[in-house]
Design a binder for this molecule. Structure first.
Ligand SMILES: [Zn+2]
Length: 154
């Protein structure tokens, strides 16, 4: 079988294993970021505490196969917060914290919705309608946050 290399262009990603079936490719990887800002005090945290549960994030299809990235987000411990043992999870840079899709795949799903329906786009991309609706909730939250920030700034 002929093979070739694809540059994912995702920073701080170390690929550990690749599984491929007739319909899907799944990459198991670790992120390598140096730290994260504390969710409580905002201080930069670089003291590694452990991993979160696995997250499966769907990316653009490759060669007609669905393509999923699986990683365990790193958690960092804050030693200066009043709340002892508070940790913050570092989210990979290539997806929104609550999303099941990469930013690139989210854009494709939205563009395909032009002159189509949610059901059609979900079926064509192997995405459940619930996951697709979660994407819309994320977008509306981002829009509302942006509006809130606009009022806050002005
Ligand atoms: Zn803190």
């Amino acid at each position: 079988m002929a093979a070739f290399t694809v540059n994912l262009a995702f920073p701080e990603l170390k690929i550990n294993k690749v599984e491929e079936t007739d319909l899907a490719i799944t990459i198991f990887a670790d992120t390598q970021e140096a730290g994260v800002n504390c969710q409580a005090c905002g201080q930069w945290l670089d003291r590694f505490h452990g991993h979160d549960d696995e997250r499966y994030v769907q990316h653009l299809p490759i060669m007609g196969k669905s393509f999923t990235l699986c990683y365990r987000p790193r958690r960092y411990l804050c030693t200066t917060c009043d709340i002892f043992g508070i940790t913050t999870t570092a989210t990979a840079l290539w997806h929104y914290v609550k999303s099941s899709f990469t930013y690139e795949f989210e854009i494709q799903l939205l563009v395909e919705l032009i002159n189509s329906t949610v059901s059609d786009v979900a079926i064509k991309n192997g995405v459940t309608e619930n996951k697709y609706k979660e994407l819309w909730i994320d977008i509306w939250q981002a829009v509302l946050t942006g509006i809130h920030l606009m009022f806050y700034v002005y």
